[in-house]
Design a protein around this ligand. Structure first.
Ligand SMILES: [Mn+2]
Length: 471
């Protein structure tokens, strides 16, 4: 949690941008797993609520009444029975005071507070009550009870003014946020280097995945998403299985932590036996070059979509040298042929959410009036971040090359992009897996820098030397 002044300043700025009406920010509630009292732990607060109200407790709603210049925190105080099970918890009034809010009330009074009949306000309609698109069903029920909007209509009823204001503010990271992300990335370093030192033939994926998760739980709050640790690197979200690591294969680890409400997100791909084969190295060095290229060109004013396509062209050139692709590079990328190997975008915003603000709508986060998404073309339709970079943005740099047998079969059967892809050669790579290298990058005044104080080994010689400590 930052200083009280941080939250006061942020709410004042939000009020200025949104201009009029009443902003309602819903905190999250406990989320039951398999019976009501057994909740997913630790509880995860909504990031936008945290950004403006700072408090982690469940069952809170923040109200910023622009018209009457009032700020409220709604929530119920716990009673002694709760204290028996959970220990002492500060009152809602105390929680509010910590973030500079003076008005509090029990949750049951929120309905009346937002009622059009409340003489307090000029008549409220759902038009001047601003809320963000909800992503949890219990929040959807809260909104239905409060405003009478059915969950199926809530996404479109959400306030565009509020979405755009929140995106504007959360996109540019403050110095204290960057410092938090740097610390989260240092835990990311510990997670990934732990994996690198444990990898060897015969160990199960889930043993190492569990150790990686354990580091996040030991040194930070939790993982920032479900850890991906798999010899099937070509499966984008391959969770660890009980399968044993096999000599000669690659294994991909995509993992991050959440520390003090900020995330890290890194990916490394390692040879199970600690030494790349020539064939693995040929593909790996392409991904490495694409990854490093981003660091050379990313700076304020540059469109991340342009960086993405520059990487796609670079990848295509190099795959042509290996005989996996052919034809004119520009034409191949225009046709989307590269998406056979890279079916996702180069990166995404990162911050309090690992895919920062994704719940507010990717179109508002990664795009703008100038830079529109291409939703038609396979691969390009997965771009999460396309717009011009600005100082203070945090984005991931995560190129990859994957050999996805089902995709190869489908494209080959239909002859898709056959003028750009050498399917005969590609057949021999069906057992390859996939490679991704990912780091988190801060856009600075005139360039960019890695986040985190230490680099997780990824240059092949350095990685092999590091892994040899264990083999
Ligand atoms: Mn990522």
């Amino acid at each position: 949690m930052f200083s009280k002044d941080t939250y006061i300043r942020r709410r004042a700025e939000l009020k200025k941008i949104v201009g009029e009406g009443v902003i309602v920010l819903f905190g999250n509630n406990d989320a039951p797993c398999n019976y009501p009292a057994n909740c997913y732990a630790p509880m995860r607060q909504d990031s936008s609520f945290l950004y403006y109200f700072g408090q982690h407790r469940n069952g809170l709603v923040g109200v910023i009444d622009i018209d009457n210049d009032e700020e409220w925190l709604f929530g119920d105080d716990i009673d002694v029975e709760d204290i028996v099970w959970m220990g002492f918890t500060p009152s809602v009034a105390d929680l509010a005071a910590e973030v500079g809010v003076t008005k509090t009330a029990p949750m049951k009074s929120l309905t009346a507070h937002l009622s059009p009949l409340n003489s307090h306000h000029s008549p409220l309609t759902t038009k001047n009550i601003h809320f963000l698109p909800p992503y949890r069903h219990d929040t959807q029920i809260q909104i239905m009870d409060l405003l009478g909007i059915h969950p199926s209509k809530q996404k479109e009823a959400a306030s565009l003014e509020l979405i755009q204001a929140v995106v504007k503010m959360r996109s540019t990271k403050e110095a204290q946020e960057i410092e938090a992300i740097d610390r989260a990335c240092d835990v990311g370093y510990a997670m990934h280097t732990t994996a690198q030192l444990l990898i060897k033939p015969g160990v199960t994926e889930r043993f190492i995945g569990g150790q990686v998760d354990g580091i996040a739980r030991s040194l930070a709050d939790q993982t920032s998403f479900a850890t991906i640790f798999s010899q099937h690197g070509e499966i984008m979200h391959g969770n660890p299985t009980a399968n044993k690591l096999e000599d000669g294969r690659l294994v991909l680890c995509d993992a991050g932590c959440e520390l003090d409400d900020y995330c890290s997100d890194h990916t490394r791909t390692m040879p199970v036996n600690g030494k790349f084969t020539q064939r693995q190295l040929e593909i790996y060095s392409i991904v490495e070059a694409c990854h490093d290229y981003v660091l050379e060109v990313a700076k304020p004013g540059v469109k991340y979509m342009d960086v993405h396509f520059a990487v796609c062209r670079m990848m295509t050139e190099r795959l042509k040298e290996l005989g996996l692709m052919k034809g004119d590079t520009d034409e191949a990328v225009k046709a989307g042929a590269h998406a056979m190997f890279l079916p996702h975008g180069l990166g995404h915003m990162m911050g309090m959410d690992v895919h920062d603000m994704e719940g507010l709508g990717q179109i508002y986060v990664g795009f703008d009036e100038e830079t529109r998404p291409n939703l038609e073309q396979f691969g390009t339709n997965c771009l999460r971040m396309g717009r011009r970079l600005q100082e203070g943005f945090v984005v991931t740099d995560e190129p990859g090359i994957y050999f996805i047998p089902a995709l190869i079969d489908e494209w080959k059967a239909s002859g898709h992009c056959k003028e750009f892809i050498n399917y005969e050669k590609l057949e021999t790579y069906k057992d390859f897996g996939g490679i991704r290298i990912e780091d988190d990058v801060l856009i600075t005044k005139d360039g960019c820098r890695f986040l985190g104080t230490k680099r997780i080994p990824y240059h092949p010689a350095e990685l092999e030397a590091f892994m040899s400590k264990n083999q």
